[in-house]
Design a protein around this ligand. Sequence first.
Ligand code: PRP
Length: 183
Amino acid sequence: MYPERFERTVFTEEEIARRVWELGACITADLGGESGGTVTLVGMLKGSFIFLADLIRAIDLDLRVDFMAISSYQQAGASSSGVRIVKDLSESVYGRDVLIVEDIIDTGLTLSYILRNLRERGPRQIRVCTLLDRKARRIAPLHIDYSGFEVGEEYLVGYGLDHLQRWRNLRYICSISGDVPGS
Ligand code: PRP
């Protein structure tokens, strides 16, 4: 299946799978020694759900999974946006090692908000894992602990990423014609 405005395959199913296993191995090695089995992976809905499903099976640790969903809206001025939590965590992360899992980090405004919000809940530490990093569009400076691939300004769909809620179910990631979301 290909989207109508398909341009090119950016990452194949095999490339994604290989990278997810590499990320899982790194996370296992890093957090295994230090966390003592208190890791909570926080998937940011909706885009991260497919990546998260594969990533947790590549991590050999005793972990828990939780989810958050936010909605964002543009405020006056190009570099500001408002963010509101529409689905919060179902369990406390106090004293826990938290790994935020994103499909893509773009401006970084969403993640900055989430980091500020979660830090107030007293976790032992927070790390960030994203499958895709669109550094060129970053507005909020961020430290990303685990990054799958750096991507450019193409509009990407598949493997959880959507265009108007479609194409999340593609096994690969491809570019489609049109502007980058939010541009
Ligand atoms: C995407 C992605 C991040 C956010 C990153 O979500 O999952 O949450 O955008 O953008 P930013 O770095 O510019 O803040 P999106 O709003 O597309 O919603 P979705 O996850 O439901 O697809």
